[in-house]
Write a protein that binds this ligand. Structure first.
Ligand SMILES: NC(=O)c1ccc[n+]([C@@H]2O[C@H](COP(=O)([O-])OP(=O)(O)OC[C@H]3O[C@@H](n4cnc5c(N)ncnc54)[C@H](OP(=O)(O)O)[C@@H]3O)[C@@H](O)[C@H]2O)c1
Length: 252
């Protein structure tokens, strides 16, 4: 076991925001354990980061599997000695169809990944952070501006992202006395594979199709590093980050 200065876990790190956050944390000197279901994408991230084996750990994990998440945390502690920062990032959406056309499987997949996955990550983070020495750490949950306002035909995504806001607030309370700080980033359209369709034109609440502005994903990575580096006596409970032209505020 090697003890390094700062240790982070990033879920869903094989692409998009998780990948950028992991690369940004590696550059900032963190040892980072990364997970996603496809191990080969994680190996590519570590290669791109150009870090040595003693700064990186990659495990194939489905965040909806509580045993796999527990193993990820155990392996991270075994390799790096502690955990300072957890970015609960992995998330998916369901096809944009009316609620009555959603299948049980589509609903369960989103609930398991977005909500249960965040809960399992928080539970394991609390378990480790409560008992390590020095005590404590920071958990960053990935919400969305959908944690505040829905898109049309987005019941699974919107409701699980609202639920993440609730568990973030709960975690803020439960972390008191243990030096555990919980916070959330709410992104509006970062440039990732998930938002490719938004640049082309996406359904608006008034029934029209319009392309939407997106924000450079590096801005998200930089924000994650900023939050990760904050001392544990300071918190930004919720940080909203989006392109200024993003259709989030406004009404007729
Ligand atoms: N992009 C945006 O503008 C935006 C806006 C608001 C919120 N968000 C949130 O940001 C997070 C990441 O979004 P993204 O745009 O970066 O998505 P993405 O480009 O589709 O990447 C998602 C990553 O998560 C992994 N993943 C998916 N399901 C997983 C599971 N069950 N277990 C473990 N890993 C899983 C994927 O790898 P595998 O398929 O190999 O597992 C992939 O590495 C999500 O929570 C999303 O809701 C994104």
């Amino acid at each position: 076991m090697k003890n390094v200065a700062r240790v982070a876990i990033v879920t869903g790190a094989g692409a998009g925001i998780g990948k950028n956050a992991a690369l940004s944390l590696y550059r900032a000197g963190y040892a980072v354990a990364i997970c996603a279901r496809r191990k080969e994408t994680l190996d590519e991230v570590i290669e791109e980061a150009g870090v040595e084996d003693d700064q990186a750990l990659a495990l194939s994990v489905d965040v909806g599997d509580p045993d796999a998440i527990r193993n990820l945390f155990d392996e991270t502690v075994k390799k790096f000695g502690r955990i300072d920062v957890v970015f609960n990032n992995a998330g998916i959406s369901a096809p944009p169809v009316p609620i009555d056309e959603l299948t049980n499987e589509q609903w369960q997949n989103v609930v398991n990944t977005n909500f249960s996955g965040t809960f399992y990550g928080m539970r394991e983070a609390f378990r480790v952070m409560k008992t390590q020495n020095p005590k404590g750490g920071r958990i960053i949950n990935n919400g969305s501006i959908s944690a505040h306002t829905p898109r049309p035909f987005s019941a699974p995504y919107t409701s699980t992202k609202h639920a993440i806001t609730g568990i973030t607030k709960s975690g803020c309370l439960d972390g008191r006395g243990h030096n555990i700080v919980v916070c959330q980033i709410d992104i509006g359209n970062a440039v990732t594979p998930m938002t490719e369709r938004m640049a082309k034109g996406i359904l608006q609440p008034d029934g029209s199709m319009k392309p939407e502005a997106r924000v450079d994903v590096q801005q998200i990575g930089d924000l994650v590093v900023h939050m990760a580096n904050m001392p544990l006596d300071a918190n930004i409970p919720f940080a909203t980050i989006m392109a200024p032209e993003m259709p989030f505020f406004g009404r007729g």
